[in-house]
Design a protein around this ligand. Structure first.
Ligand code: TYD
Length: 238
């Protein structure tokens, strides 16, 4: 399967059409952005690492019964996946307080939450991705029915129930992550986008070291080494 037209260029990926109208190719870029694009950089090899990590995680999630857009990894930087209508909701799942949750609500950084929190942000850069409640999402027409929001929340929890113990076995705490969903051509809600250290937080269980994009957000350095370590741990215990 080959790339045809560039459909869209996002911050971390380019999206291409293919000869099959139901399939698209994502090219994982080396670009790094944070704070809604205000901080920018690039790290050679980052795109390939995210492609490989996402591939393994989509396969795992799919094997546990959660439908995803993943079809196959084509080469280091390219993933073939189903075409979906993206639902403009960023679904944030949190096991441990940090980042904006700690900042906005004054919850101590690193506090284990009494239960897994699932939040919705409106995927809208111009507005700075504001928080949404269910009524906002329905009023904006981001989905048609409350049932769809319930389903998205249920699927996000299922993904957490798969990934949290999986990473714990590899010595990593899955602190929080962001998911995106879309509707396939039959109208089914499926998991889309990517699952990588760009949109997850992983903390090493022994050292507490951050193994994710916070290394860039916080200017800690060593981003690529951390992403490589995440991939190695994923591949190590297969
Ligand atoms: P959050 O603490 O809300 O944001 P910030 O990066 O501003 O501290 O992030 C929670 C998790 O969701 C974290 O793993 C990063 C991920 N995330 C994204 O991938 N994209 C986003 O636009 C946001 C807001 C979060």
């Amino acid at each position: 399967m080959e790339k045809r037209e560039l459909l869209y260029e996002g911050k971390a990926k380019k999206l291409f059409t293919t000869d099959d109208q139901n399939l698209l190719i994502s090219e994982f870029k080396d670009d790094l952005t944070a704070f809604n694009g205000a901080k920018k950089s690039s790290e050679a090899g980052k795109g390939a690492l995210n492609n490989k990590i996402s591939t393994e995680l989509f396969k795992l999630i799919e094997s546990k019964g959660v439908p995803t857009h993943f079809v196959g990894m084509l080469d280091d930087n390219h993933m073939l996946h189903k075409r979906v209508d993206v639902i403009l909701i960023e679904v944030i799942v949190r096991n441990i307080a940090t980042g904006s949750l700690s900042k906005n609500l004054g919850i101590e950084d690193g506090k284990v939450l009494p239960f897994t929190l699932v939040e919705f942000d409106y995927k809208n850069d111009e507005l700075g991705d504001p928080k949404l409640n269910d009524q906002h999402a329905l009023i904006l027409g981001l989905v048609d029915y409350q049932d769809e929001l319930d389903k998205i929340r249920r699927m996000a929890r299922q993904v957490n129930d798969i990934l949290k113990p999986y990473f714990a076995e590899k010595g990593l705490n899955l602190v929080d992550f962001k998911l995106e969903f879309g509707k396939d051509k039959e109208g089914n809600i499926i998991l889309a986008d990517e699952i990588s250290p760009d949109n997850c937080r992983f903390w090493d269980m022994e050292t507490g070291e951050k193994m994710d994009k916070d290394r860039f957000r916080q200017g800690l350095g060593g981003l690529k080494v951390a992403y490589e370590e995440v991939l190695n741990r994923i591949l190590g215990a297969k």
